[in-house]
Write a protein that binds this ligand. Structure first.
Ligand code: GH3
Ligand code: MG
Length: 345
């Protein structure tokens, strides 16, 4: 059983019962905290989010049934498993308790073996719930955030920035000529490369950064506490690291490049979508300028070579294409560095 969900909130107005239950739970490895009524319990749930609640029914000023009802209306970071503990034992009581939002029902006097067995069920359910939650948040191929979750995270970071005015940057990353990998070696090889690429982006990022698979071979990152200059430096480092990495795809190893578009939060931006659009415009400019490069929206907007033609989007002119994907049999690669004289796609 996991240790992670072994924190229990005991809600009972009777100090003796709380002490008896603690004596049963703590030797079994549970961390126990106490509340004497539903109101205090709700506050603890909101602040500390214990995983499991064992609550009495009859308490004042808020009883266990009302507590369950209100708890289920709250938005908590994870599911709280609730066991209702009561002297009531009629079928109608059970229906009322479960209907109010309890997951299980235990009648007094409590048998220690039964209590621990029921808690084992609770732990199994909480672990499954956690796993499902993770799956719903992740892109199935790469394991980074999916787009839906990324929007939720973006909304949170956006609100934080509106309040504290700390810097926040957004980076769009798109692999150059990725289609060539699929066309030459098939989608499975392409998938393998995408997984390695997302790992490489994760390795270059801070724990507080957010990485999302935006779609296809495009990734989007949110860098809190980072201004455009800092994000540009980060992207330059990533851009170089990707170009120097030999990605394996079955029998072959290949090198490739990626293009980056960077933009930072400004007061005149109306929404997360607006910031995404600026990063996208910078990425578009990077592609047009020859790929395998980083373009910041700020530099774009002030660049002399700026042209506002192109459907109202900014662009810059490049010195010629330099992005590539290069494919060679793996025997050519003795190290993870770029091979000599490969065939450009
Ligand atoms: P550019 O440098 O302009 O970005 O060219 P590109 O070839 O990278 O871009 P394009 O948009 O022409 O092609 C992207 C390709 O990415 C086409 C699509 O088949 C492939 N793709 C999208 N999603 C996946 C995926 O999940 N797995 C694999 N293997 N390929 C994917
Ligand atoms: Mg691409």
């Amino acid at each position: 059983m996991s240790e992670d969900y072994r924190d229990i909130l005991l809600v009972d107005d009777d100090a003796v019962i709380r002490a008896v239950l603690s004596d049963m739970l703590e030797p079994a490895g549970f961390k126990v905290r106490h509340a004497t009524n539903g109101i205090d319990a709700l506050q603890i749930m909101q602040e500390d989010h214990p995983s499991i609640v064992i609550t009495d029914w009859v308490m004042s000023p808020m009883d266990g049934i009302e507590f369950c009802r209100l708890l289920r209306q709250r938005k908590l970071p994870h599911y709280a498993y609730v066991i209702l503990l009561t002297a009531k034992s009629l079928a109608d009581d059970l229906v009322t308790g479960l209907g109010a939002g309890a997951d299980d029902f235990l009648t007094k006097p409590v048998n220690q073996g039964e209590l621990i067995a029921r808690l084992q069920t609770a732990l199994r359910i909480l672990e499954q719930e956690h796993r499902l939650n993770e799956l719903a948040r992740q892109d199935p191929l790469t394991g980074v955030l999916n787009r839906r979750t990324f929007y939720e995270v973006f909304e949170m970071e956006w609100n934080r920035v509106l309040r504290y005015h700390h810097p926040l940057s957004c980076v769009m990353v798109d692999v150059d000529y990725f289609k060539k990998i699929n066309d030459t070696y098939g989608h499975l090889a392409g998938d393998h490369v995408l997984k390695s690429l997302s790992q490489s982006l994760e390795a270059q990022s801070r724990a507080t950064d957010h990485i999302c698979r935006w779609g296809g071979e495009e990734f989007c990152l949110l860098l809190p506490e980072t201004n455009e200059q800092g994000a540009h430096l980060w992207a330059e480092r990533c851009c170089a690291a990707i170009a120097e990495t030999a990605f394996s795809s079955g029998r072959h190893r290949l090198t490739m490049t990626a293009s980056f578009g960077v933009a930072e939060w400004r007061e005149d931006l109306q929404s997360p979508e607006h910031l995404l659009d600026l990063a996208d415009q910078a990425l578009y400019a990077a592609k047009r300028a020859g790929r395998h490069r980083v373009v910041s929206f700020g530099s774009l907007a002030s660049a002399q070579s700026l042209s506002a033609g192109n459907e109202g989007r900014y662009s810059i002119e490049g010195a010629g294409a330099s992005g590539h994907c290069l494919i060679e049999p793996s025997s050519v690669f003795k190290s993870a560095k770029v091979p000599t004289a490969p065939t450009p796609c």
